[in-house]
Design a binder for this molecule. Sequence first.
Ligand code: SF4
Length: 483
Amino acid sequence: MCSKDEPLACQGPHEECGVFGVYGDIEDAARVTFFGLFALQHRGQESAGIAVAQDGDIRCHKAMGLVTQVFDEEVLKDLKAGRIAVGHTRYSTCGSSVWQHAQPIVCDSPRGAIAVAHNGNLVNTEELRQRLMRAGGLDLSEANDSALVAHMLAQSKHERLEDALAEVMPQLQGAYSLVIMTPTELAAVRDPYGIRPLAIGHLGDGRYVFSSESCAISVVGGHFHREVEPGEAVIVDQNGLREIEIMPLARRATCVFEFIYFARPDTQIYGRTIYEARRRMGHQLAREHPAKGAHIVIPIPDSAVPAALGYAEASRIPFGEGLVKNRYIQRTFIQPAQTMRDLGARMKFSPLREAIAGHKVVMVDDSIVRGTTTGKLVHMLRDAGATEVHVRITSPPVRFPCFYGIDMADQKELVAALKSVEQIRELIGATSLGYLSLDGAVRAINLPKSLFCRACFDGKYPITVPPEVQGTKMMGNEPPPET
Ligand code: SF4
């Protein structure tokens, strides 16, 4: 999945952000937000930030690094007086120095400060930039889509946040789950397609939590209430909670990859627990692509564990651990020395020879992006003595890039956009290769296919991507090979 030139932390598809917010009579909103972000760390490891409403203004601390690297006791004590807070954890393109893109973004406006945390990606960023620069006379040439949204809200002449949102949201094209704060209120806002998840929870007594994933609500002692509806703004202030339909529902199109890979197993989306959905994907995968005569089913830890358990249950092949993961690999963006480059996946995974040697192995993973890492893992298992390696993937082939907030790869780097399944099998050196079908994936989630964005598999983008934006990641007009 990772090209040789990428740091180890860049392997595989990446979620672009986690957002979190808390409101109410809470002694230390920044600390609650810290633990919320800690639970959302898997959604972004590049930078983290927390903004708090304090004395009629907004204070913010953000820096590059993991949540535990960015915040310590001293920093949290400094933010302690806040009763409202928003937080953000971010992943972006590896290698670039992007402190200025860390979030929350805080802007001054005639109505006071505003802080915005964004998960997703807009597809009309350039158009918005030009419009804003013409109107406001600001130099926003370096601003990303999240900063543009913050500036648009700050520049709105409307007094009330919901009116500013009603002015701004129809101008935004793309995926956005936002948590927004002013010195007196907190809002959660979701695009009319609901591409990225966003949940509401309560802590009791008029205290509310907004979070990218429901798992973080439980972590801070809250109760999951419901998801923010597509096109909805949920605003909480001293008068309580207001639920406002700002934009009519366009079409529900939640990212199916949240179920396959991104979201934490203890999160709920569409009323389904991610863990159970992945386990059933494993059942379905075993039905679609059996591996008769195999001795052991092993997962690529950690995200493929529930699916491998499901595959083992349905196939009656024993489940076992065959690869040990270095769980701290995400903590480094340091490039391996040139002499270590070819070790690649070995720095992240080590084989358990006793479990593998002399066995026919089924290796379950969630996706193949570039194919590089999968090939290295297959060779690792063979080197450890596996006599056969049957690769089973709990997603369909990824043949199209994502424009809605997942850093997958450009289309020319996606191995399934260039090669057939048989060619990929040959490339990675597997005995056999089977991908879960799209119908099988949604059947396992037990919801209609129409509720999901699945554009990276079938190329049907629910939100139109302008040709000039498509051109940044797509190959020409040649369709990818049929699989
Ligand atoms: S294109 Fe793929 S990764 Fe992107 S939102 Fe749609 S399903 Fe998710």
